[in-house]
Design a protein around this ligand. Structure first.
Ligand SMILES: Cc1cc2nc3c(=O)[nH]c(=O)nc-3n(C[C@H](O)[C@H](O)[C@H](O)COP(=O)(O)O)c2cc1C
Length: 202
């Protein structure tokens, strides 16, 4: 089992995947379940995963992503969508806690009020969809790496075309595509800036 530090050091945006490598539905489901343990505001879980597993599905996505071969050649490609109506998840997430006696009705109602207030603010639903789904995307890459798979975060695709091609409901917004497979080549070198150039100590 790899530790977290090793996983972080090893993860790279892989550009060349082995097209002969396969991944099972069970393995993908396990990765998605663990990615879904990412934190989210009020635990509303503002993500939805579209899984492109067979070759025909991956080929459709490949064309919408400017022919980036990672999508075509990876064992599977997962699109992470953000949920602009994640406030609708409140009841299914929290009502069972009230029923189980783990949350008082008073706190349940107070949280519902906070969430309603936030979702009435202009711009909030889209911003929340983006940053919460981004956390699940990062976690997905680390989980996949820990399980011996490689990934590549991809933002370069036709977002409008994606919505049309896959009949994405208005509720969801495409955030990122992540091919999951086995690398044939390591990712390109990706040096980081000195941390003190990116840090302000207050
Ligand atoms: C939001 C986002 C969008 C990206 N889009 C693409 C892309 O369209 N194609 C690609 O090959 N890599 C893409 N990348 C990968 C980055 O180029 C890569 O993560 C960066 O160079 C750092 O390299 P590393 O991930 O190997 O450390 C994207 C990364 C992020 C986080």
């Amino acid at each position: 089992m790899k530790d977290l530090f090793q996983v972080i050091e090893e993860r790279r945006a892989v550009k060349v995947f082995d097209p002969d490598e396969k991944i099972s539905k069970e393995e993908l489901t396990d990765i998605l379940e663990l990615a879904g343990k990412a934190p989210s505001a009020w635990n509303l879980q503002h993500w939805h995963f579209y899984v492109f597993h067979d070759q025909e599905a991956k080929d459709k996505l490949f064309k919408l992503a400017y022919n980036q071969t990672q999508i075509r050649d990876a064992a599977a490609t997962i699109a992470i969508l953000g949920d602009k109506e994640a406030n609708k998840n409140y009841e299914p997430v929290f009502a069972p806690l009230v029923e189980a006696g783990a949350l008082s009705a008073e706190i349940y109602n107070a949280l519902a009020g906070q969430i309603d207030g936030a979702y009435q603010r202009e711009g909030y639903p889209l911003v929340a969809a983006h940053h919460n789904a981004g956390l699940a995307a990062m976690q997905l890459m680390l989980i996949a790496q820990a399980k011996g798979w490689d990934t590549c975060p991809i933002g370069g695709f036709d977002h409008e075309g994606f919505v049309k091609e896959f009949n994405v409901p208005e509720r969801y917004v495409p955030i990122m595509i992540i091919p999951v497979g086995k690398k044939l080549n390591p990712g390109r070198p990706s040096p980081r800036l000195e941390i003190n150039k990116l840090t302000t100590w207050i």
